[in-house]
Design a binder for this molecule. Structure first.
Ligand SMILES: *Cc1c(COP(=O)(O)O)cnc(C)c1O
Length: 376
Protein backbone atom coordinates (compact mmCIF):
# COMPACT_ATOMS: atom_id res chain seq x y z
CA UNK A 1 0.00 0.00 0.00
CA UNK A 2 1.38 3.44 -0.88
CA UNK A 3 2.08 6.02 1.85
CA UNK A 4 -0.69 8.24 0.51
CA UNK A 5 -3.29 5.45 0.75
CA UNK A 6 -2.10 4.51 4.26
CA UNK A 7 -2.39 8.13 5.40
CA UNK A 8 -5.87 8.50 3.89
CA UNK A 9 -7.10 5.35 5.65
CA UNK A 10 -5.58 6.36 8.99
CA UNK A 11 -6.84 9.94 8.92
CA UNK A 12 -10.26 9.50 7.31
CA UNK A 13 -11.28 6.08 8.67
CA UNK A 14 -13.74 5.87 5.74
CA UNK A 15 -16.86 3.71 5.96
CA UNK A 16 -16.28 0.26 4.50
CA UNK A 17 -16.18 -1.34 2.05
CA UNK A 18 -14.26 1.18 0.01
CA UNK A 19 -11.46 1.38 -2.53
CA UNK A 20 -8.72 3.94 -1.99
CA UNK A 21 -6.50 4.41 -5.03
CA UNK A 22 -3.30 6.46 -5.36
CA UNK A 23 -3.35 8.08 -8.80
CA UNK A 24 0.38 8.87 -8.54
CA UNK A 25 1.05 5.13 -8.51
CA UNK A 26 -0.90 4.87 -11.77
CA UNK A 27 1.50 7.41 -13.27
CA UNK A 28 4.51 5.50 -11.88
CA UNK A 29 3.28 2.24 -13.40
CA UNK A 30 2.68 3.97 -16.73
CA UNK A 31 6.26 5.28 -16.69
CA UNK A 32 7.72 1.90 -15.67
CA UNK A 33 5.96 0.20 -18.57
CA UNK A 34 7.07 2.93 -20.97
CA UNK A 35 10.66 2.40 -19.79
CA UNK A 36 10.38 -1.39 -20.19
CA UNK A 37 8.90 -1.16 -23.69
CA UNK A 38 9.87 2.24 -25.11
CA UNK A 39 8.95 1.31 -28.67
CA UNK A 40 5.37 0.30 -27.80
CA UNK A 41 2.49 2.76 -27.62
CA UNK A 42 0.35 2.23 -24.50
CA UNK A 43 -3.41 1.89 -24.97
CA UNK A 44 -4.75 1.72 -21.41
CA UNK A 45 -7.50 -0.93 -21.16
CA UNK A 46 -10.27 1.22 -19.71
CA UNK A 47 -12.24 -1.72 -18.35
CA UNK A 48 -9.62 -2.34 -15.64
CA UNK A 49 -10.73 0.87 -13.91
CA UNK A 50 -12.60 3.60 -15.79
CA UNK A 51 -12.54 6.25 -13.03
CA UNK A 52 -12.34 9.74 -14.58
CA UNK A 53 -9.46 10.59 -12.23
CA UNK A 54 -7.41 7.76 -13.76
CA UNK A 55 -8.37 8.52 -17.34
CA UNK A 56 -7.53 12.22 -17.09
CA UNK A 57 -4.20 11.49 -15.39
CA UNK A 58 -3.34 9.13 -18.25
CA UNK A 59 -4.44 11.71 -20.83
CA UNK A 60 -1.89 14.04 -19.19
CA UNK A 61 0.78 11.35 -19.65
CA UNK A 62 -0.01 11.11 -23.37
CA UNK A 63 -1.54 7.63 -23.09
CA UNK A 64 -3.81 6.12 -25.70
CA UNK A 65 -6.89 4.10 -24.74
CA UNK A 66 -8.43 0.71 -25.46
CA UNK A 67 -12.21 0.98 -25.11
CA UNK A 68 -14.71 -1.87 -25.24
CA UNK A 69 -18.03 -0.04 -25.61
CA UNK A 70 -19.50 3.27 -26.76
CA UNK A 71 -19.72 4.23 -23.09
CA UNK A 72 -16.00 3.62 -22.54
CA UNK A 73 -15.21 5.61 -25.69
CA UNK A 74 -17.28 8.46 -24.27
CA UNK A 75 -15.52 8.21 -20.89
CA UNK A 76 -12.16 8.66 -22.66
CA UNK A 77 -13.45 11.65 -24.63
CA UNK A 78 -14.91 13.17 -21.45
CA UNK A 79 -11.49 12.82 -19.79
CA UNK A 80 -9.96 14.83 -22.61
CA UNK A 81 -8.62 12.09 -24.89
CA UNK A 82 -8.56 12.87 -28.59
CA UNK A 83 -10.61 10.40 -30.67
CA UNK A 84 -7.45 9.57 -32.62
CA UNK A 85 -5.85 7.91 -29.58
CA UNK A 86 -8.82 5.64 -28.85
CA UNK A 87 -8.94 2.06 -30.10
CA UNK A 88 -12.29 0.28 -30.08
CA UNK A 89 -10.72 -3.03 -29.12
CA UNK A 90 -13.73 -5.23 -28.42
CA UNK A 91 -14.29 -7.72 -31.24
CA UNK A 92 -18.00 -7.86 -30.34
CA UNK A 93 -19.56 -4.46 -31.07
CA UNK A 94 -23.15 -3.40 -31.57
CA UNK A 95 -23.72 -1.52 -34.82
CA UNK A 96 -25.03 1.42 -32.80
CA UNK A 97 -21.77 1.50 -30.81
CA UNK A 98 -19.63 1.37 -33.97
CA UNK A 99 -21.65 4.24 -35.44
CA UNK A 100 -21.39 6.32 -32.26
CA UNK A 101 -17.62 5.82 -31.98
CA UNK A 102 -17.04 6.51 -35.67
CA UNK A 103 -19.16 9.66 -35.52
CA UNK A 104 -17.05 10.80 -32.55
CA UNK A 105 -13.90 10.42 -34.65
CA UNK A 106 -12.64 6.98 -33.56
CA UNK A 107 -10.95 5.29 -36.53
CA UNK A 108 -9.23 2.21 -35.06
CA UNK A 109 -11.23 -0.98 -34.56
CA UNK A 110 -10.60 -4.65 -33.72
CA UNK A 111 -12.35 -7.60 -35.34
CA UNK A 112 -12.02 -11.38 -35.38
CA UNK A 113 -14.80 -12.51 -37.73
CA UNK A 114 -16.19 -11.91 -41.22
CA UNK A 115 -19.45 -10.48 -39.95
CA UNK A 116 -17.73 -7.94 -37.67
CA UNK A 117 -15.51 -6.90 -40.59
CA UNK A 118 -18.61 -6.29 -42.71
CA UNK A 119 -20.15 -4.21 -39.92
CA UNK A 120 -16.98 -2.08 -39.79
CA UNK A 121 -16.78 -1.66 -43.57
CA UNK A 122 -20.36 -0.45 -43.60
CA UNK A 123 -20.51 1.69 -40.46
CA UNK A 124 -16.90 2.87 -40.03
CA UNK A 125 -15.71 3.09 -43.67
CA UNK A 126 -12.02 3.72 -44.28
CA UNK A 127 -11.05 2.94 -40.68
CA UNK A 128 -7.86 1.19 -39.63
CA UNK A 129 -8.70 -2.35 -38.53
CA UNK A 130 -6.73 -5.09 -36.83
CA UNK A 131 -7.52 -8.78 -36.59
CA UNK A 132 -7.28 -10.60 -33.28
CA UNK A 133 -5.53 -13.96 -33.40
CA UNK A 134 -6.32 -16.75 -30.94
CA UNK A 135 -3.24 -17.62 -28.88
CA UNK A 136 -2.43 -19.91 -25.96
CA UNK A 137 -3.39 -18.45 -22.55
CA UNK A 138 -1.33 -20.94 -20.50
CA UNK A 139 0.34 -19.20 -17.56
CA UNK A 140 -2.51 -16.71 -17.11
CA UNK A 141 -4.44 -16.67 -13.83
CA UNK A 142 -7.42 -15.07 -15.62
CA UNK A 143 -7.48 -16.57 -19.16
CA UNK A 144 -9.56 -15.06 -21.98
CA UNK A 145 -8.73 -17.53 -24.68
CA UNK A 146 -11.72 -19.34 -26.14
CA UNK A 147 -14.04 -16.38 -26.44
CA UNK A 148 -11.87 -14.21 -28.70
CA UNK A 149 -9.63 -14.39 -31.72
CA UNK A 150 -9.49 -16.37 -34.91
CA UNK A 151 -7.12 -18.76 -36.62
CA UNK A 152 -4.11 -17.74 -38.69
CA UNK A 153 -5.75 -19.10 -41.82
CA UNK A 154 -8.97 -17.23 -41.32
CA UNK A 155 -7.12 -14.01 -40.39
CA UNK A 156 -5.15 -14.24 -43.63
CA UNK A 157 -8.32 -14.16 -45.71
CA UNK A 158 -10.05 -11.53 -43.57
CA UNK A 159 -7.08 -9.13 -43.67
CA UNK A 160 -6.88 -9.43 -47.46
CA UNK A 161 -10.62 -8.77 -47.70
CA UNK A 162 -10.46 -5.76 -45.36
CA UNK A 163 -8.54 -3.80 -48.00
CA UNK A 164 -10.97 -4.82 -50.75
CA UNK A 165 -13.83 -3.55 -48.56
CA UNK A 166 -12.33 -0.08 -48.29
CA UNK A 167 -10.87 -0.53 -44.80
CA UNK A 168 -7.20 -0.04 -43.89
CA UNK A 169 -5.74 -3.48 -42.97
CA UNK A 170 -3.56 -2.02 -40.25
CA UNK A 171 -2.44 -4.93 -38.08
CA UNK A 172 -2.79 -8.06 -35.98
CA UNK A 173 -3.45 -8.42 -32.25
CA UNK A 174 -3.53 -11.04 -29.54
CA UNK A 175 -4.08 -11.25 -25.79
CA UNK A 176 -2.11 -13.85 -23.83
CA UNK A 177 -4.62 -13.82 -20.93
CA UNK A 178 -4.83 -11.56 -17.92
CA UNK A 179 -2.41 -11.82 -14.98
CA UNK A 180 -0.02 -13.62 -17.31
CA UNK A 181 2.99 -14.66 -15.26
CA UNK A 182 5.02 -16.39 -17.97
CA UNK A 183 7.07 -14.17 -20.30
CA UNK A 184 7.33 -17.07 -22.76
CA UNK A 185 3.62 -16.68 -23.57
CA UNK A 186 4.36 -13.37 -25.30
CA UNK A 187 7.30 -14.88 -27.17
CA UNK A 188 5.15 -17.74 -28.47
CA UNK A 189 2.34 -15.40 -29.50
CA UNK A 190 4.74 -13.06 -31.30
CA UNK A 191 6.17 -16.02 -33.20
CA UNK A 192 2.68 -17.04 -34.21
CA UNK A 193 1.60 -13.65 -35.59
CA UNK A 194 5.00 -12.77 -37.10
CA UNK A 195 4.75 -15.42 -39.79
CA UNK A 196 1.30 -14.27 -40.85
CA UNK A 197 2.38 -10.63 -40.70
CA UNK A 198 5.29 -11.27 -43.06
CA UNK A 199 3.19 -13.37 -45.43
CA UNK A 200 0.55 -10.64 -45.64
CA UNK A 201 3.13 -7.94 -46.26
CA UNK A 202 4.80 -10.04 -48.96
CA UNK A 203 1.44 -10.56 -50.65
CA UNK A 204 0.89 -6.81 -50.92
CA UNK A 205 -1.29 -6.09 -47.87
CA UNK A 206 -0.22 -2.77 -46.31
CA UNK A 207 -0.02 -4.22 -42.77
CA UNK A 208 2.19 -2.30 -40.33
CA UNK A 209 1.17 -2.90 -36.69
CA UNK A 210 1.29 -5.65 -34.05
CA UNK A 211 -0.87 -5.19 -30.94
CA UNK A 212 0.57 -7.29 -28.11
CA UNK A 213 -2.52 -6.87 -25.89
CA UNK A 214 -2.43 -6.73 -22.10
CA UNK A 215 -1.85 -9.38 -19.47
CA UNK A 216 1.12 -7.85 -17.60
CA UNK A 217 0.79 -9.04 -14.00
CA UNK A 218 0.32 -7.26 -10.70
CA UNK A 219 1.89 -8.70 -7.57
CA UNK A 220 -0.84 -10.32 -5.44
CA UNK A 221 -0.16 -13.02 -2.83
CA UNK A 222 2.61 -14.59 -4.93
CA UNK A 223 5.61 -12.91 -6.53
CA UNK A 224 5.52 -12.26 -10.28
CA UNK A 225 8.33 -11.40 -12.71
CA UNK A 226 9.09 -7.69 -12.94
CA UNK A 227 7.92 -5.62 -15.90
CA UNK A 228 11.46 -5.46 -17.32
CA UNK A 229 11.43 -9.25 -17.77
CA UNK A 230 8.35 -8.87 -19.98
CA UNK A 231 9.89 -5.96 -21.87
CA UNK A 232 13.08 -7.92 -22.55
CA UNK A 233 11.24 -11.07 -23.62
CA UNK A 234 8.97 -9.12 -25.96
CA UNK A 235 11.73 -7.06 -27.57
CA UNK A 236 13.89 -10.17 -27.93
CA UNK A 237 11.11 -11.99 -29.75
CA UNK A 238 10.20 -8.99 -31.90
CA UNK A 239 13.82 -8.57 -33.00
CA UNK A 240 14.22 -12.30 -33.66
CA UNK A 241 11.16 -12.38 -35.88
CA UNK A 242 11.22 -8.96 -37.56
CA UNK A 243 14.91 -8.00 -37.54
CA UNK A 244 15.42 -4.35 -38.40
CA UNK A 245 11.98 -4.15 -39.96
CA UNK A 246 10.00 -3.76 -36.70
CA UNK A 247 6.31 -3.01 -37.13
CA UNK A 248 4.53 -0.38 -35.01
CA UNK A 249 3.89 -1.90 -31.59
CA UNK A 250 0.83 -1.37 -29.38
CA UNK A 251 0.17 -2.74 -25.90
CA UNK A 252 -3.11 -2.68 -23.98
CA UNK A 253 -2.26 -2.95 -20.27
CA UNK A 254 -5.05 -2.72 -17.74
CA UNK A 255 -4.23 -4.56 -14.54
CA UNK A 256 -0.55 -3.56 -14.49
CA UNK A 257 -1.37 0.15 -14.66
CA UNK A 258 -3.93 0.31 -11.85
CA UNK A 259 -3.79 -2.96 -9.87
CA UNK A 260 -1.26 -2.12 -7.16
CA UNK A 261 -2.41 1.50 -6.90
CA UNK A 262 -5.58 0.55 -5.00
CA UNK A 263 -6.48 -0.95 -1.63
CA UNK A 264 -9.90 -2.19 -0.55
CA UNK A 265 -10.63 -1.53 3.10
CA UNK A 266 -13.23 -3.92 4.52
CA UNK A 267 -14.71 -4.83 7.88
CA UNK A 268 -14.91 -8.26 9.46
CA UNK A 269 -18.62 -8.97 9.94
CA UNK A 270 -18.26 -12.33 11.61
CA UNK A 271 -15.69 -14.94 12.58
CA UNK A 272 -17.28 -18.33 13.02
CA UNK A 273 -16.00 -21.76 13.97
CA UNK A 274 -18.38 -24.50 12.88
CA UNK A 275 -17.09 -26.93 15.45
CA UNK A 276 -14.70 -26.35 18.31
CA UNK A 277 -12.45 -29.08 16.93
CA UNK A 278 -12.41 -27.61 13.42
CA UNK A 279 -9.24 -25.55 13.02
CA UNK A 280 -10.70 -23.60 10.08
CA UNK A 281 -12.52 -20.41 11.01
CA UNK A 282 -14.92 -18.79 8.55
CA UNK A 283 -14.21 -15.08 8.20
CA UNK A 284 -17.03 -13.07 6.64
CA UNK A 285 -16.16 -9.63 5.27
CA UNK A 286 -18.46 -6.79 4.23
CA UNK A 287 -17.21 -7.25 0.64
CA UNK A 288 -17.36 -10.40 -1.45
CA UNK A 289 -17.79 -11.79 -4.93
CA UNK A 290 -20.80 -9.52 -5.56
CA UNK A 291 -19.21 -6.45 -3.97
CA UNK A 292 -16.45 -6.28 -6.55
CA UNK A 293 -14.17 -9.26 -5.85
CA UNK A 294 -15.45 -11.16 -8.89
CA UNK A 295 -11.96 -12.27 -9.87
CA UNK A 296 -11.84 -14.53 -6.82
CA UNK A 297 -14.10 -16.85 -8.86
CA UNK A 298 -12.35 -20.21 -8.97
CA UNK A 299 -9.92 -18.63 -6.44
CA UNK A 300 -8.11 -17.30 -9.52
CA UNK A 301 -6.82 -14.00 -8.19
CA UNK A 302 -5.44 -14.31 -4.67
CA UNK A 303 -5.35 -10.92 -2.97
CA UNK A 304 -2.96 -10.24 -0.11
CA UNK A 305 -4.88 -9.44 3.07
CA UNK A 306 -3.47 -7.44 5.97
CA UNK A 307 -4.90 -6.81 9.44
CA UNK A 308 -3.93 -4.85 12.55
CA UNK A 309 -3.14 -8.17 14.29
CA UNK A 310 -0.49 -9.27 11.76
CA UNK A 311 2.54 -10.79 13.44
CA UNK A 312 0.47 -12.52 16.13
CA UNK A 313 -0.49 -16.20 16.06
CA UNK A 314 -2.45 -17.13 12.93
CA UNK A 315 -4.60 -20.05 11.82
CA UNK A 316 -6.33 -21.38 8.72
CA UNK A 317 -9.43 -19.59 7.42
CA UNK A 318 -12.06 -19.67 4.72
CA UNK A 319 -12.98 -16.16 3.58
CA UNK A 320 -16.44 -15.23 2.32
CA UNK A 321 -18.64 -12.25 1.52
CA UNK A 322 -21.70 -10.92 3.34
CA UNK A 323 -24.51 -11.88 0.94
CA UNK A 324 -26.98 -14.76 1.19
CA UNK A 325 -25.58 -16.43 -1.93
CA UNK A 326 -23.68 -19.68 -1.44
CA UNK A 327 -21.34 -18.74 -4.29
CA UNK A 328 -20.22 -15.69 -2.35
CA UNK A 329 -17.04 -17.38 -1.09
CA UNK A 330 -13.66 -15.94 -2.00
CA UNK A 331 -11.21 -18.49 -0.64
CA UNK A 332 -11.74 -21.97 0.75
CA UNK A 333 -8.98 -24.01 -0.92
CA UNK A 334 -6.09 -21.54 -1.17
CA UNK A 335 -4.62 -22.04 2.31
CA UNK A 336 -5.29 -18.56 3.61
CA UNK A 337 -4.27 -17.89 7.23
CA UNK A 338 -5.34 -14.94 9.36
CA UNK A 339 -4.56 -13.92 12.96
CA UNK A 340 -6.39 -15.82 15.70
CA UNK A 341 -7.14 -12.46 17.35
CA UNK A 342 -9.27 -11.33 14.40
CA UNK A 343 -12.87 -10.58 15.37
CA UNK A 344 -15.98 -8.83 14.08
CA UNK A 345 -15.60 -5.08 13.74
CA UNK A 346 -11.91 -5.31 12.81
CA UNK A 347 -10.77 -3.66 9.62
CA UNK A 348 -8.77 -5.56 7.01
CA UNK A 349 -7.08 -4.39 3.83
CA UNK A 350 -7.10 -6.25 0.53
CA UNK A 351 -3.98 -5.11 -1.31
CA UNK A 352 -3.58 -4.47 -5.04
CA UNK A 353 -7.31 -4.21 -5.69
CA UNK A 354 -7.14 -1.23 -8.06
CA UNK A 355 -8.03 -3.31 -11.13
CA UNK A 356 -11.24 -5.15 -11.97
CA UNK A 357 -12.98 -4.41 -8.67
CA UNK A 358 -15.06 -1.22 -8.80
CA UNK A 359 -16.93 -2.09 -11.98
CA UNK A 360 -17.56 -5.69 -10.99
CA UNK A 361 -19.57 -4.61 -7.93
CA UNK A 362 -23.26 -5.48 -8.21
CA UNK A 363 -25.74 -2.65 -7.87
CA UNK A 364 -27.88 -3.71 -4.93
CA UNK A 365 -27.70 -7.47 -4.43
CA UNK A 366 -29.14 -8.15 -0.96
CA UNK A 367 -29.40 -4.37 -0.60
CA UNK A 368 -25.67 -3.83 -0.33
CA UNK A 369 -24.48 -0.60 -1.95
CA UNK A 370 -21.68 -0.79 -4.53
CA UNK A 371 -18.16 -0.07 -3.39
CA UNK A 372 -17.31 3.54 -2.49
CA UNK A 373 -14.28 4.88 -4.34
CA UNK A 374 -11.68 7.44 -3.27
CA UNK A 375 -8.96 8.68 -5.62
CA UNK A 376 -6.11 10.38 -3.79
C1 LIG B 1 -9.06 -6.90 -20.74
C2 LIG B 1 -8.26 -6.56 -21.96
C3 LIG B 1 -7.03 -5.94 -21.84
C4 LIG B 1 -6.38 -5.66 -20.51
O1 LIG B 1 -5.86 -6.82 -19.99
P1 LIG B 1 -4.97 -6.80 -18.65
O2 LIG B 1 -4.71 -8.22 -18.40
O3 LIG B 1 -5.75 -6.12 -17.61
O4 LIG B 1 -3.73 -6.04 -18.98
C5 LIG B 1 -6.36 -5.59 -22.99
N1 LIG B 1 -6.88 -5.84 -24.21
C6 LIG B 1 -8.07 -6.44 -24.36
C7 LIG B 1 -8.58 -6.67 -25.73
C8 LIG B 1 -8.78 -6.83 -23.25
O5 LIG B 1 -9.95 -7.44 -23.40
Amino acid sequence: MTAKVARFLAEQQPATPCLVLDVDRVAENFRALTAALPLARIYYAVKANPAPQILSRLVGLNSSFDAASAEEVQACLDAGAAPGVISFGNTIKKVSAIRRAFAAGVSLFAFDSAEELEKLARHAPGSRVYCRIMVENAGADWPLSRKFGTTIESARGLMARAGEMGLDPYGLSFHVGSQQTDTASYEAAIGKVAMLFTDLRDSGVNIRMVNLGGGFPTRYRDEVPGIDAFGNAIMGAMTRHFGNNLPEMLIEPGRFIVGDAGVVCAEVVLVSRRDKNDPVRWVYLDIGRFGGLAETEGESIKYRITTAHDGGAAGPVAIAGPTCDGADIMYERSNYRLPLALQSGDRVELLSTGAYVTTYASQRFNGFAPLTEYYV
